[in-house]
Design a protein around this ligand. Structure first.
Ligand code: SAM
Length: 220
């Protein structure tokens, strides 16, 4: 198959993915446009690209996953609605797809990953796509203090509770989106900083891989 036919086919499959996200109830046109434009298959290994637009999470190696498209869209919409622009810290770079969506939406993106192999894999993809995304290898439960405060923080792994270090690195009126719960499931939680207090609201249930670190779950 030539590159051009492949591109056309992927573009059609992206349209179907966006339709599925819309059917699930997500209507934010800014977010839907980003999902149509960012080429999700670029974040998959060559052999797995055929699965890139399926309606499910997919393994990316090292026991980790790229989240289901709707999950990424849901978290993104939670952020966009409350924090439409500014500086965003993502915890859990994984494949790099969520970071690329945030970049497309015009945020300044900082992202932290704890697994060196995934950090390097994402770095190569960002370079290939020419994306100006700032990456850090380390324990994301401690945030990335050098660039704080952040207008938004998106945690893409399941946490026992919102890490203190991340709350501290949130700007005033800043918004954190984080799945909070245990291994049986997590509730998507939105935390908004108001000076020294933090307003919380919980939403739907999801199942994420665990946030492992000093202020998260204990690792292997
Ligand atoms: N956002 C990713 C994407 O777009 O592909 C998906 C993230 S995957 C569901 C969760 C990621 O969080 C994994 O890559 C995992 O290694 C990472 N992770 C878990 N605990 C972490 C921590 N303390 N700091 C940084 N990354 C962490």
């Amino acid at each position: 198959m030539t590159e051009r036919i492949e591109d056309r086919e992927y573009s059609e499959r992206r349209r179907e993915m966006v339709e599925q996200i819309r059917r699930y109830g997500l209507k934010d046109t800014r977010v839907l446009d980003a999902f149509q434009r960012v080429e999700r298959h670029r974040f998959f290994n060559d052999a797995d690209r055929g699965y890139a637009y399926d309606d499910c999470a997919f393994p990316i190696g090292c026991g980790q996953t790229i989240s289901q498209p709707f999950t990424v869209a849901y978290m993104t919409a939670m952020l966009v609605e409350r924090c439409p622009s500014g500086k965003v810290l993502e915890i859990g770079t994984g494949s790099g797809y969520q970071a690329a969506i945030l970049d497309y939406l015009g945020y300044r993106v900082f992202t932290v990953e704890r697994v060196p192999e995934l950090y390097r894999r994402a770095s190569k993809i960002f370079d290939t796509l020419g994306l100006d995304i700032h990456q850090h290898l380390g324990d994301g439960t401690l945030g990335w203090s050098g660039h704080a405060p952040y207008d938004g923080i998106l945690v893409t792994a399941g946490a026992p509770e919102a890490p203190h270090s991340l709350l501290e690195q949130l700007a005033d009126k800043g918004v954190m989106v984080i799945p909070v719960g245990d291994s049986a499931g997590q509730k998507m939680t939105v935390i908004i900083r108001e000076g020294s207090s933090f307003d919380r609201e919980t939403f739907h249930a999801f199942a994420f891989v665990p946030l492992i670190g000093q202020e998260g779950w204990r690792g292997e």
